[in-house]
Each structure stands twice: as C-alpha cells, then as structure tokens.
Design a binder for this molecule. Sequence first.
Ligand code: GDP
Ligand code: MG
Length: 163
Amino acid sequence: AKPIVAIVGRPNVGKSTLFNKIAGKRIAIVEDEPGVTRDRIYTEVEWLTHQFTLIDTGGIEPESEEIIPAQMRRQAELAIETAHVIVFMVDGRQGLISSDREIADMLRKSKKPVLLVLNKVDTKEQSAHLFDFYELGIGEPIEISSALGLGIGDMLDEIVKHF
Ligand code: GDP
Ligand code: MG
C-alpha cells in the first residue's frame, strides 16, 4: 500500500489551498471563513519516484479560535492514526497561537514523522514569526506559499525522505 500523508492544522492556515495546489486541481473547498464542514478528501500524488496518498483534513467546525473543539480533535486524531507522515501547517502571517500548541502536543505524542510547514510566506523574506515556531519542538519550519506555489517542491522532497 502507498504511504499516507495527512495535512493537519487549525482552520484557515491554508491546508486545502496546499492540497489543491499539489492535486493540480480544485478538489478541496477553500474558505475565507473557517467553519464549513467537509469530509476528509484524498488525492494520489507522484513525486520523483515516489507515490503517496495525500489527505486534506477539512471538516472542521471551530467554536472559538483558541480552543480546539472535539470534532476537530477527533478528525486530527484519525488523520494522525492513519498517516505515515504528517504535514503540520501553521500560519506565517498570523503567527503562533494556542491551538497550534494543542495540535503540536498531539503530534509529538503520536511519535510519527511530522513536518512543520509555515504557510502564507508569499515573499522572499522569511516570516516575521518564523522563530516563534521553534518552541513547538517539532523541528525547523519549512516556509511555503500555497497560494503562490513557493517552496512546495522542497517540502515534497522532505516528505518523501520519510518513506
Ligand atoms: P484551511 O482551512 O486550512 O483549509 O485553509 P484554506 O485553504 O481554506 O485557506 C484559508 C484562507 O487562506 C483562504 O483565504 C486562502 O486563500 C488563504 N491562503 C491559503 N494559502 C495562502 C498563502 O500561501 N498565502 C496567502 N496570502 N493566503 C493563503
Ligand atoms: Mg480546508
């Protein structure tokens, strides 16, 4: 069976935008406002000599920005259980918030390989918040722009190293 890679993160960081960019088409719904319930969405990806299944964990209905609701936690837990590699996406514009820390705690406990991906870095300059994310203990953040398609090849290189 092919390895499974799940994109995990709080609402509105750009998970579905990245998923669509890699899928090469608009499968996942991208929402300006978080809170639209969707099922998990799958696509098959080929990168270099590797093939894997990519999962977008949508279906998140936040009650507040700061607390992860039960539904989001269940979704993330399911994705974490199923996945071989986890892409943990955070928002380089907004910076680190407490729901990022909650997800990071879950991911560290999972003992699975996790790539910390800092999205919305749309310029050549690094995110002003870059160094805050080291405190999550997940490793060095990989800066990307899902919207502009920057850094995605380097990120895929890092993903397939874990297969
Ligand atoms: P999700 O809730 O994590 O799936 O996030 P979405 O993919 O629905 O995106 C949430 C919002 O962030 C949308 O308005 C996207 O257009 C925007 N967005 C996603 N990626 C980027 C990016 O790389 N740069 C910028 N500036 N905006 C982005
Ligand atoms: Mg989404």
